[in-house]
Design a protein. Structure first.
Length: 180
């Protein structure tokens, strides 16, 4: 087991977990602010899952972790490496049936705390500016708004014109208890 919270168990995905990822990525509402379309079985099996497994090997302690409650699979939470030393990106993706239950905030807070236990100095997260639900999770998790930025997309999603937002917290701020 990677990490446990009051209601969530986070563990590694295995080579036989493609069906869980496919279930998650096949809901257009789950993918609305990510790719705007469902992920094909071929992409999950040939790109997504192998990519998840590769991060475990290349970045010990980091990666995308299967999230389960006592009732079963609810999605994933991740701590991903970034190009900046000592900085990781936190994120999550949950089944729609798990929305609105506080799991996103619970898991994100746990991963932020864990990132600092791993020796990281900064945790960041980003989403589309129009993704108000994820922005609320970021705030409740102790991340602070830093900036709006614009990226170029060949096939932009509706709302892309409003930009992306970056939230972050550093170790000193977290340890001072601003997340409680």
């Amino acid at each position: 087991m990677y990490l446990e919270t009051e209601r969530l168990r986070l563990g590694r995905f295995g080579p036989d977990d493609a069906a869980l990822l496919l279930e998650l990525d096949s809901d257009p509402e789950v993918m609305r602010f990510l790719t705007g379309q469902v992920t094909s079985r071929d992409e999950v099996e040939g790109v997504v899952l192998p990519g998840i497994l590769k991060v475990y090997d290349e970045h010990p302690g980091l990666g995308t972790f299967k999230a389960e409650t006592r009732d079963g699979f609810v999605g994933w939470f991740g701590l991903q490496p970034t190009d900046a030393a000592g900085t990781v990106d936190v994120g999550y993706r949950l089944l729609r049936t798990a929305w609105g239950k506080g799991y996103a905030t619970e898991g994100t807070k746990a991963l932020i705390a864990h990132a600092f236990e791993l020796g990281m100095e900064r945790v960041v997260a980003d989403t589309m500016a129009v993704n108000h639900r994820s922005r609320a999770v970021m705030r409740r998790s102790g991340l602070r708004f830093e900036k709006v930025f614009h990226e170029h997309f060949d096939d932009p999603l509706p709302g892309t014109e409003f930009g992306e937002v970056l939230y972050a917290v550093d170790r000193a701020t977290w340890e001072a208890g601003s997340h409680e």
